[in-house]
Design a protein around this ligand. Structure first.
Ligand SMILES: Cc1cc2nc3c(=O)[nH]c(=O)nc-3n(C[C@H](O)[C@H](O)[C@H](O)COP(=O)(O)OP(=O)(O)OC[C@H]3O[C@@H](n4cnc5c(N)ncnc54)[C@H](O)[C@@H]3O)c2cc1C
Length: 333
């Protein structure tokens, strides 16, 4: 019975005892939705010796934390986590169950939704709730050309994965109070089909574009590698990172790890300068939460100007070196 399902639950993703930022973002949004319909927010925390993270989850918006500590949950393992969450969901019956669209969330949520025989909207970029507790899940669809709103009216829980960096991080409130509930699960060792031999950390020391507070991005309008490389001195002056659109990546002007958009990274910088970028939906979904956007494009009717706070109409190859010098002399003063 759908009426038996109550509350908004967030899977508290932790790695080596550190909560992932997307968990905090989901808690913030869940708090807003729960307050709207006078419901509760619960964080579901799995791992080994992880209960110390409960206070942080409460301070970011959880009313309660359900903690499952088990040695088989120490590192993420698909089958162990699926089995544990399934048992907890069947017992507590949350109305909504949310995951970050991280590697772990993208692995876990579809498997769980099949086991729980409910729907899942993957890679959402926004969530809302109506007065009856129906979760409205917004995501790009049909190749990213349109935004769709998806609901799951007949099955519970309503499940979604949400991209990191699209919801914004809520303020931490250390005065918030919440409850902690310890649960046990039974995980059959024979259900675990894989053995974790060792985990290897990414060795790259390169900074992630997702973490940059200023991004200078270039698109097809940069025309060639030589022009594209003019973005780096501008980025240096501003202490920014350089990113690109998919065509810029396809042309080999910049690496794939710096692609912004639907099939690339989602970023949320304080300042974003878009150079020679048209403003396709698939690009915009990756940067729509940027605080201030400046666009440089030679076409005054380019769609990017509809999203920019400031616009410069002109040729990037001429404007960017002038802008770089101007900023350099201003910032030197
Ligand atoms: C499923 C799917 C996923 C996708 N995922 C992504 C994604 O993750 N990221 C992404 O970026 N795209 C993605 N795309 C592609 C997307 O649809 C667009 O094709 C792409 O974003 C366009 O990139 P652009 O703005 O660099 O190029 P264009 O759209 O060609 O725009 C170039 C702009 O540069 C301007 N210009 C040209 N010359 C100059 C000059 N000298 N000076 C100033 N301005 C100039 C032009 O006026 C134009 O507005 C995806 C598409 C699909 C179907």
């Amino acid at each position: 019975m759908i009426n038996e399902y109550k509350g908004i639950w967030v899977f508290a993703e932790q790695r080596e005892g550190k909560l992932q930022e997307v968990t905090l973002e989901l808690l913030g949004k869940s708090r807003i939705m729960a307050d709207k319909i006078k419901d509760k927010v619960t964080a579901l925390l799995l791992g080994e010796n992880v209960s110390h993270l409960s206070d942080e989850l409460i301070s970011y918006g959880a009313d309660s934390v359900v903690i499952v500590e088990d040695s088989s949950l120490k590192a993420y393992q698909t089958n162990a986590y699926t089995s544990a969450i399934r048992q907890i969901v069947n017992k507590h019956k949350p109305s909504i169950l949310l995951f970050g669209a991280t590697t772990i969330g993208r692995d876990l949520a579809p498997r769980l939704s099949t086991r729980l025989e409910t729907g899942l909207s993957a890679d959402c970029i926004d969530l809302e709730i109506d007065k009856d507790g129906i979760l409205i899940q917004t995501k790009p669809s049909f190749g990213g050309n349109i935004m769709v709103e998806i609901i799951c009216p007949n099955r519970r829980p309503q499940m979604a994965t949400v991209r990191p960096k699209v919801l914004g991080t809520p303020e931490k409130d250390l005065k918030r109070k919440g409850s902690k509930v310890f649960e046990t699960v039974s995980i059959n060792p024979t259900d675990i089909l894989t053995t974790l031999i060792k985990s290897v950390k990414e060795t790259t020391s390169a900074e992630k574009i997702e973490d940059a507070s200023i991004v200078v991005a270039g698109g097809r309008g940069m025309q060639n590698k030589e022009n594209f490389d003019k973005l780096y001195p501008l980025a240096d002056v501003l202490g920014a990172m350089v990113g690109g659109t998919r065509p810029a990546v396809n042309e080999g002007w910049i690496g794939e790890d710096k692609q912004i958009g639907q099939s690339g990274k989602t970023i949320s910088p304080k300042l974003m300068i878009c150079c020679g970028i048209g403003g396709a939906v698939q690009y915009l979904v990756g940067m729509q939460t940027a605080e201030t956007v400046i666009a440089i494009n030679k076409d005054p009717n380019a769609a990017i100007f509809n999203y920019a706070d400031y616009g410069i109409v002109g040729d990037c190859s001429e404007i960017i070196p002038i802008l770089t010098e101007k900023l350099r002399s201003l910032l030197r003063k």
